[in-house]
Design a protein around this ligand. Sequence first.
Ligand SMILES: [Zn+2]
Length: 166
Amino acid sequence: MFFSKFLTTTTMRKAIKKSGRVRTDLQRPHCGGQWTRARFRSFIVSALRSATLRWGPKWACIDKAFVRLGPNPRTGRMCKLHRCTSCAELFPKGDMKADHILPVIDPVEGFVGWDSYISRMFCEADGWQALCGPCHDRKTAAERAMRDGALKIVCAPRSRQTKEKG
Ligand SMILES: [Zn+2]
């Protein structure tokens, strides 16, 4: 009984993969059977991310990076200038980003659980640094590359095995 059910599912998966239709065999354990685990996860991540907008320590790091008043390079008007922790240049507040010193998801370990995710996302003032936009983008890209590299290492032997079997 179980075996025949498994066969059907596998056959269904192969057929769906060939035809390119939307997969209907994914489990949908959330939101009254409508959401997959991935959909639920992205919903929670998005809710947590928007909560960081009300997290005081996040913005405190940018206030702490204030150096002096000076002309805004774009408008020429006087504004507060803040120092980027990475390149040490001065920027108006609107160009600064609050950055998690320790990435919320460790690029090598990956997602380990919500407890770790939440405590890293809502870290105290010493866990934040003020970065300019380009430095923040560079750091994010480097973390992504590291994560993709780690994923390749984890996935490579498995995908090779699958190829040999198929
Ligand atoms: Zn910078």
